[in-house]
Each structure stands twice: as structure tokens, then as C-alpha cells.
Write a protein that binds this ligand. Structure first.
Ligand code: ADP
Ligand code: MG
Length: 240
């Protein structure tokens, strides 16, 4: 089952002399259960691609099918529904709502989706438990560490059981320990069959993915599946 099917997508910002070609014909298919890291230098088009994959923006030309739905045919209202049902977002800056408990933050996408209160609470508690925060559900974001806030964000992304977990530099604002915790959670989600697309410029983060795609100037220049012979485990690096 193909979750993401991107065909010759072009994105141009602005027009005339000031037009910027952020994506210059990107094609990409991602199957259910894959874990893809999208890498590239600043300005290479990563966030633009993420915004399109996440239905936050539409391509200038080309097609994009998400879980079998051609999103180019949807009006704004339907696009918002697809976004809510099919995609879980994790951002570099967490984007939690301040002065709302972790539980209420995680319930939010379910509230938008029209899920009843008791069901919302049960599902949000289960999602927080999955990321190891069962004992912090009543805490507000400013009472949590960065790593804990990002785990709340992952719980919020997962609570709708989306077809795709989409993360833009999810470890970009985290310290080493919290980064390791986050990568561990993503590894476990991947092992459990989740489809994950993650944007990063760090090799140590991309190393966790099953497949690594590199963008240069709005083109995919490399797309390869990682195999275990690619790299020795970190502890053996000095021995090779
Ligand atoms: P990355 O996330 O890899 O740093 P972006 O997708 O943010 O790259 O940007 C790709 C290119 O598109 C850059 O040249 C950037 O300046 C330009 N760009 C991004 N967003 C906009 C926008 N809203 N308006 C105009 N240009 C933009
Ligand atoms: Mg970016």
C-alpha cells in the first residue's frame, strides 16, 4: 500500500523576476511502514516538500496522492479534514498550546475530529502512555522539559492514528539525551509499523531511518535504502 505518491511536483513561490523554484520536479513514493529521512542543506526545499506532503500547501504543478486520495482535487475544507485524519505533525518548536495540560493538548486533534469527550480522554491517555508520559498528563508545557514537550507533541501526532507521521527537524531543539529518547520512540513506532517521514540535516538522526532521500536545489539527487552493511554500529567505528 502506497501512503505517499508524489509525481513530478513543482513549487514556485512568487512570480516574475522574484520567483523562487523551491521544488523542481520531485517524484517520490513511500509505502506503508517505511521510515524515510529527507536531508538537504538549508534552502534545498525540505520544508516546502514537508508542507506539501502535510497538505499545508499545494504544488504549483504535479500530483500528490495521500493514502490513495488525490489531494489536488480537494477544496480547503476537505483538505483540512484529510490533514486531521491522515497526518500527524511534529515540529522542531513543539507547537504545544501554552496553559493547557499535556492531556488537553493531545486531545485537541480528536476534538477537531469530533470525537466524544470520554473517548478523547481514553485515547489521549493511551498516546501519552506510549511516549512514557503517563505520569505527566496534567502538566502544562512550561512545567515540562523540552524533551518531554516533544514527546507530548508525538502523542498528539499519534492520537488520531494517522496514515503518516510527518516530522520537521523533530530533534532540532533537543539536547543529546532527549534526542536519543526521541529517536528511540520513533524507532519503536517504526518497528510497530508506523509510516514516518522525517526531515533532518543530521546524519545521526537519518541513520535511524530505513531510507534516506537527499534534496539539492529542489531536486532529489539521492534516494537509497539503508542496509546494515552501510555503516558499522557506532561502537565499532574506530575498529574498521
Ligand atoms: P529548507 O527547508 O530545505 O531550508 P525551504 O523549503 O524552506 O528549504 O526553502 C526552499 C526555497 O524556497 C528557499 O530558496 C527559500 O528561500 C524559498 N522559500 C521558502 N518558502 C518561501 C516563501 N513562503 N516565499 C518565498 N520563498 C520561499
Ligand atoms: Mg526548513
Amino acid at each position: 500500500m502506497t501512503v505517499l505518491d508524489v509525481r513530478d511536483v513543482v513549487k514556485v513561490y512568487g512570480e516574475g523576476d522574484t520567483a523562487v523554484q523551491a521544488l523542481r520536479g520531485v517524484s517520490l513514493a513511500v509505502e506503508q511502514g517505511d521510515y524515510v529521512a529527507i536531508m538537504g542543506a538549508s534552502g534545498s526545499g525540505k520544508s516546502t516538500l514537508m508542507n506539501i506532503l502535510g497538505c499545508l500547501d499545494v504544488p504549483t504543478s504535479g500530483r500528490y496522492l495521500l493514502d490513495g486520495t488525490d489531494v489536488g482535487t480537494l477544496d480547503d475544507r476537505r483538505l483540512a479534514i484529510v490533514r486531521n485524519r491522515k497526518i500527524g505533525f511534529v515540529f522542531q518548536s513543539f507547537n504545544l498550546i501554552p496553559r493547557m495540560s499535556a492531556l488537553a493538548n493531545v486531545e485537541l486533534p480528536l476534538a477537531y475530529g469530533g470525537v466524544k469527550a470520554a473517548d478523547r480522554r481514553r485515547r489521549a491517555l493511551a498516546a501519552l502512555d506510549q511516549v512514557g508520559l503517563a505520569d505527566r498528563v496534567e502538566h502544562e508545557p512550561n512545567e515540562l522539559s523540552g524533551g518531554q514537550q516533544q514527546r507530548v507533541a508525538v502523542a498528539r501526532a499519534l492520537v488520531t492514528a494517522p496514515a503518516l507521521l510527518l516530522a520537521d527537524e523533530p530533534t532540532g531543539n533537543l539536547d543529546t539525551k532527549s534526542t536519543a529518547d526521541m529517536l528511540d520512540i520513533l524507532d519503536r513506532l517504526s518497528a510497530a509499523g508506523r509510516t514516518i517521514a522525517l526531515i533532518t540535516h543530521e546524519n545521526d538522526v537519518a541513520r535511524h531511518a530505513k531510507r534516506v532521500i537527499r534534496l539539492v536545489d529542489g531536486h532529489i539527487v539521492d534516494d537509497r535504502r539503508r542496509t546494515h552493511v552501510d555503516e558499522p554500529p557506532p561502537g565499532l567505528v574506530g575498529l574498521r
